[in-house]
Design a protein around this ligand. Structure first.
Ligand SMILES: [Zn+2]
Length: 234
């Protein structure tokens, strides 16, 4: 596991090529939780800041994929934090999981003998305190707004701190060889929706983008968003 401070108060934590984010203010806020088994490292990091995991009072999940919520069960034992996650990623409990139709996880969970695995791959709405619809603004970083950016999953959200010109995108967007790109098609539910979401992101005044995987863009991110939006135009 390694950590980097992106800007003061905002830390990226990387464990097994998956990022999650700790925002350090009067309270602590966590964006995503990494894979199962990530929390020991997180606790160590929080303590190194002279803070304690009980101070986490909000956990926001960008989408309902196991590499983003996997640490939640362990965190529940350490904090009473409220959990917020996008409403459209929670379907009634027996309906299809939020993985693409051709994806092996979705097929695996259709085998009834393996249904006990479901909780490893999908969070259920009863695990969440606040179901996000988009437009909500949390009092974090001077105002952290929920932007609906569906496509990768039906509910995927990004989080926008306008005062910091910072956007946390989960897996709605990725970066490869220094260029912004659409999320991986094989892991994306609706690529047309993902394209529209890129357009929505490109309308924001953004310098910094933080991804679910890989290193951040730390300057002039909007130019890259506009280029991508132009490239994927349909
Ligand atoms: Zn994902």
């Amino acid at each position: 596991m390694f950590t980097m401070q992106v800007i003061p108060q905002v830390n990226q934590i990387t464990d097994r090529y998956t990022n999650f984010f700790l925002i350090v203010e009067d309270h602590l806020t966590l964006i995503d939780t990494g894979l199962r088994g990530s929390i020991r490292g997180l606790v160590h990091f929080i303590r190194s800041l002279g803070r304690s995991p009980e101070e986490i009072n909000l956990i926001i999940l960008t989408h309902n994929h196991m590499d983003h919520f996997g640490g939640l069960a362990e965190l529940r034992k350490l904090t009473r934090a409220e959990v917020a996650a996008p409403k459209n990623d929670f379907v009634i409990d027996d309906s299809p999981v939020p993985y693409p139709a051709g994806n092996c996880i979705r097929k695996l969970l259709q085998v009834s003998a393996l249904s006990h695995l479901r909780r490893r791959f999908v969070l259920e709405s009863k695990d969440v305190d606040i179901l996000l619809e988009g437009g909500e603004i949390f009092p974090i970083l001077g105002g952290l707004q929920v932007i609906p950016t569906p496509g990768h999953t039906a509910g995927s959200i990004s989080l926008y701190a306008s005062r910091k010109k910072l956007l946390i995108v989960g897996d709605a967007l990725k970066k490869k060889q220094g260029m912004l790109r659409l999320p991986l098609i094989t892991l994306t539910s609706d690529i047309q929706q993902a394209v529209s979401s890129i357009r929505r992101m490109s309308e924001l005044d953004v310098d910094i983008i933080l991804f679910g995987h890989g290193r951040p863009v730390t300057e002039n991110a909007r130019a890259g968003l506009l280029r991508l939006s132009e490239r994927v135009k349909v």
